[in-house]
Design a protein. Structure first.
Ligand SMILES: [Fe+2]
Ligand SMILES: [Fe+2]
Ligand SMILES: [Fe+2]
Lengths: 328, 251, 201
């Protein structure tokens, strides 16, 4: 899973004025023709830097994203749910593996990325800093957070960097199981007992604000957005993705008789766009910067996993094999 | 065929697979390296899936639905060995348990491919591939960590010493032992145990680990009769926390 | 830190206080993974894993790249043992740039050849050639493939550097198609929604 709201390298100057104009023109022409950029191709420094940052954040979001739902992995009710949730959380770890590989092709080793994650140097999707209080929260995540991630990932799969697109193709194929599984869970709670419905409604109420944050703050036209869009690093605007998500899923939530905790939420029939109460972007900032309900726990868990696994990795390390960048 | 005897066999196998699958799933997301996290999770899923298939066979013999059987019994109604219910500990203990248990599990199912109880023989044949991967995984890991660093060898040795009496509890004889053997349902725990010891020795011999002398150990038995450590009931309470909110509801 | 909502986390004994940076480790080696979806189909490059040796790379590759749908076999090779040619564009096959000359050193043994047939896609296994070394293998492949559709990049791996699935291990994927719980098509619930809506009216 993953969403928009990537934080990009702040760009006062883009640095592309220092790039070889002929190479840059060829590079841009290739993207313009819809061809992929591959690891061996020439690319501007800025492209490399922003991509590493974006793919790395995406990878971190997968591995941290395994934690909120993991909260319910030992408590899933019944065999079907137990097996599915195990497989679903496992897939998220698998997505991280694929994405770290894609980022590695740009030159940053995986261990370094994992280091930057546990030290808090690099970010991951904000939404995973919220807690999953009940089983219904895990159902919300599987269905709707993954739905949001799919909107984002399908867009990014049309991007320009070959290894990232190929990883996303694999990921999106698995996401369809996550989405269907999540929807199936929510439908069962919605059409079940009064208690089950209440659990689900409470989860929707809790998760709606972070869900609205998921795609990131409204886009302001900036150099940075413009160049990243031209290079097909960023494939659609945060607002467009948010709107697409609302368009696809709000009716499906309403259809199950649930309410959404925003009385201003409605589709403007003239513009075709959804209107909603402006999300609390101050909170978004605060949580991104470390002050969310679960930031400390998420990082501590990752760090513990790394530390408890250290003796294993140390024991296996041999000079007989050598770290090199993956090929593609 | 003595149905009671078959049921008892199925229950202990199903309960073993479920409880260990559940324990192993606790590692998902916390593993020592990414790829291993994924591999270990797959094997946990296989185990839970295999337990479901075994409960399904029990259901066909008149027992309740798999979900009911798995999610509503209490510890004293479970027939798993005590080995599988122990907490995960560090990765060394989880790996050693995985090695000891899966070696036995693979041999047990291999023997059962010959069972006169057709449905079980069929299931045993079907899952041969899954078990092959599990033992391949266990053997490769034990061979490598068991001859790597002082720390890894020390850790594995300690876990092996701890786990071994419990592992011997896997082969606790059932009151139906002779029934099962004479009717050709299962060739019996004693035969399984000697095959297991041979295989475990074969792998341990390729490491710098020392297999404790089994003759001097007292097997931790009782699990098959519903006598468990203090760890099983909390595990079951946790596993069924949501299910028990309303066992008649569809989740 | 407060008690976690995840009982597994509470059993982990999280460290208290400030995060201390993890000590950077050297990394494990890199291995490329090739998967055959069905018997009779070709092997295709699917991605890479990090592992301390080729046996573990196989263990890891199996679950990372063939845990769903179907698979008939996989193989892995250490990335640094992959001999990679340059790249070409448009209609220009890389074989046009492969030299017919090759060094004479080495004993004859098999080399596996992989083609990139389309930019942005994965490399596919095309066959093997008995050769003395990687360049020789390329020269041999050239004779066979230069007249075919253009190839934009070639990988050559010495067969001995590859870990193949052994015949008796092929059964490891036998139950994949039965793992319905990871299959989107097993989660249909339109009936439930319909019945629910009818009850609402
Ligand atoms: Fe994901
Ligand atoms: Fe997902
Ligand atoms: Fe197993």
């Amino acid at each position: 899973m993953y969403g928009g709201g990537n934080t990009f390298e702040p760009m006062k100057a883009t640095g592309i004025e220092n790039e070889d104009p002929v190479l840059l023109a060829e590079f841009e022409a290739r993207i313009e023709r819809g061809e992929k950029i591959e690891p061996h191709d020439w690319m501007p420094q800025l492209y490399r830097k922003q991509l590493i940052r974006m793919i790395e954040q995406h990878a971190h979001s997968e591995i941290i994203g395994a934690l909120p739902e993991g909260t319910w992995i030992t408590r899933a009710p019944g065999f079907k749910r137990k097996l599915a949730l195990m497989a679903k959380v496992q897939d998220e770890v698998g997505h991280a593996q694929l994405l770290y590989s894609a980022a590695e092709t740009l030159g940053k080793p995986r261990e370094q990325m994992l280091d930057d994650l546990v030290t808090g140097k690099s970010k991951y999707s904000n939404i995973f800093n919220y807690p999953a209080f009940t089983w219904a929260d895990s159902c919300f995540i599987s269905w709707l957070v993954d739905a949001g991630a799919i909107v984002n990932q399908l867009a990014n799969a049309r991007g320009s960097y070959g290894p990232y697109c190929r990883a996303l193709e694999r990921i999106c194929a698995e996401e369809s199981f996550h989405l269907k599984y999540g929807h199936h869970c929510v439908i069962h709670l919605a059409t079940g007992t009064e208690k089950q419905r209440e659990m689900m409604q409470a989860a929707i109420n809790r998760w709606w604000p972070p869900m609205m944050h998921f795609f990131g703050p409204p886009d302001k036209a900036s150099v940075h957005s413009e160049i990243l869009m031209r290079w097909k690093v960023k494939m659609s605007s945060n607002d467009d993705q948010r709107n697409q998500f609302l368009d696809m899923y709000v009716p499906k939530i309403w259809e199950l008789g649930f309410t959404i905790p925003d009385e201003n939420l409605k589709k403007n029939t003239v513009t075709g766009k959804w209107e909603y109460t402006e999300p609390d972007w101050a909170e978004f900032k605060r949580v991104i910067n470390g002050d969310g309900p679960c930031n400390a726990e998420r990082l501590a868990v990752r760090r513990t996993a790394e530390e408890r696994g250290r003796w294993v990795r140390k024991a296996l390390l041999t000079p007989k094999t050598e770290y090199v960048t993956p090929l593609a | 065929m003595n149905t009671l005897a078959v049921k008892e066999l199925l229950y202990k196998m199903a309960d073993d697979q479920l409880i260990l699958g559940h324990r192993n799933s606790e590692w998902t997301g916390f593993g020592p390296l990414l790829e291993e996290d994924i591999a270990f999770s797959s094997m946990a899923q296989d185990k839970v899936g295999q337990s479901q298939a075994l409960y399904q066979l029990l259901h066909e013999l008149g027992e309740a639905e798999p979900d009911t059987v798995a999610f509503t019994r209490n510890a004293d109604q479970f027939h798993n060995s005590q080995l599988v219910e122990l907490p995960n500990g560090e990765y060394d203990f989880s790996l050693i348990r995985h090695f000891l248990f899966d070696t036995a599990e693979a041999l047990r199912f291999e023997m059962l491919t010959q069972s006169s109880f057709e449905p079980l023989a069929k299931l045993a044949k079907k899952i041969q591939g899954e078990l092959r991967y599990h033992t391949m995984h266990a053997n490769i890991w034990i061979k490598q960590l068991g001859s790597a660093t002082e720390e890894s060898i020390g850790r594995l040795q300690k876990s092996l010493d701890e786990a071994m009496p419990y592992a011997l509890g896997l082969f606790e004889n059932s009151e139906f032992e002779s029934d099962l053997i004479s009717s050709g349902v299962f060739a019996g725990e004693e035969e399984l145990k000697s095959k297991w010891l041979e295989q475990v020795e074969k792998i341990i011999d390729q490491t710098q680990l020392t297999l404790p002398d089994v003759l001097t150990l007292t097997p931790k038995t009782g699990g098959r009769a519903g006598i468990h450590t203090e760890h099983l009931q909390p595990l079951l309470d946790e596993m069924s926390e949501v299910f028990r909110i309303d066992p008649t509801a569809e989740w | 830190m407060n008690k976690s909502l995840d009982p597994r986390v509470n059993r982990l004994d999280l460290p208290q206080g400030e995060l201390t940076p993890k000590v950077p480790l050297d990394q494990f080696g890199t291995f490329e993974v090739f998967v055959q979806l069905k018997e009779g189909k070709g092997y295709r490059h699917e991605g890479s894993v990090h592992a301390p040796n080729i046996d573990m790379a196989f263990l890891f590759a199996k679950e990372q790249f063939s845990r769903r749908l179907m698979c008939a076999g996989i193989f892995v090779a250490e990335t640094r043992n992959v001999f990679v040619t340059g790249f070409t564009e448009d209609k220009d096959s890389i074989y046009n740039h492969i030299s017919d000359d090759f060094p004479e050193d080495g004993e004859i043994e098999n080399y596996e050849v992989f083609h990139l047939n389309k930019r942005g896609k994965q490399h596919e296994h095309i066959g093997s050639v008995p050769s003395k070394n990687h360049q020789h293998a390329l020269a041999q492949a050239k004779g066979e493939f230069i007249d075919g559709p253009p190839v934009f990049n070639i990988w050559v791996i010495k067969t001995a550097d590859i870990l193949f699935t052994e015949e008796e291990d092929m059964i490891m994927w036998n139950t994949l198609h039965e793992k319905k719980f990871r299959d989107a098509s097993d989660y249909k619930a339109a009936d439930k929604i319909k019945a629910f809506k009818e009850r609402q009216q």
